[in-house]
Design a binder for this molecule. Structure first.
Ligand SMILES: [Mg+2]
Length: 120
């Protein structure tokens, strides 16, 4: 079971992800609403895993991913993407993203992906 940080500007997305991950036995140790806050909370909380929305104000998820991986190369960052973000997904892969979760959320797929990453 893991300590997880959720980074997403959508309150609804944060609530749904929290519900799925907590029902899977994980602990949500923090939430952040943009990429900058996500980086700051990563540095403060050192979670086992981060879910990182791509489209956010102030700092995008891809920029936040780059900052986190620059300072914490072993960070496990799962990108949360909506349709039509193929370009951002390629950049995220090249920047060290561990995996992708698609919106709208599929509970069993999310649980499978998180399990795979934590076992790696
Ligand atoms: Mg968003």
């Amino acid at each position: 079971m893991a300590n997880i940080l959720i980074v997403d500007d959508s309150r609804t997305s944060r609530r749904i992800l929290r519900g799925i991950l907590e029902s899977d036995g994980h602990t949500i140790i923090g939430e952040a609403v943009n990429g900058q806050e996500g980086y700051d909370k990563y540095a403060e909380l050192k979670p086992d895993l981060v879910t990182m929305d791509i489209t956010m104000p102030i700092m995008t998820g891809v920029e936040s991913l780059k900052k986190i991986k620059a300072d914490f190369p072993d960070a496990k960052v799962v990108m949360v993407s909506a349709a039509g973000q193929q370009h951002n997904m390629l950049e995220a892969v090249q920047s060290g993203a561990s995996e992708f979760i698609a919106k709208p959320f599929d509970e069993s797929e999310i649980k499978r992906i998180i399990k795979t990453i934590l076992e790696a």
